[in-house]
Write a protein of this length. Sequence first.
Length: 71
Amino acid sequence: MSAATRKTQAPYRSVVDALIVLVRGNQVLLAKRQGTGYADGAWNLPSGKLEDGETVSQAAIGQETAARPPR
């Protein structure tokens, strides 16, 4: 790789996906994907991408769920 190519490439960036595993008795909270354009209709653990300045709890809850963190 030439020096010119190295200078124009974006630096490596990590993406952190925070998941919620909420269990009550023998039940697990799942969210149904909708309106994302990816795997719509599939069930998954509630999750969110960690953005700059956000805590892991805020990312996991995100805007996609009505869940609220414990106080």
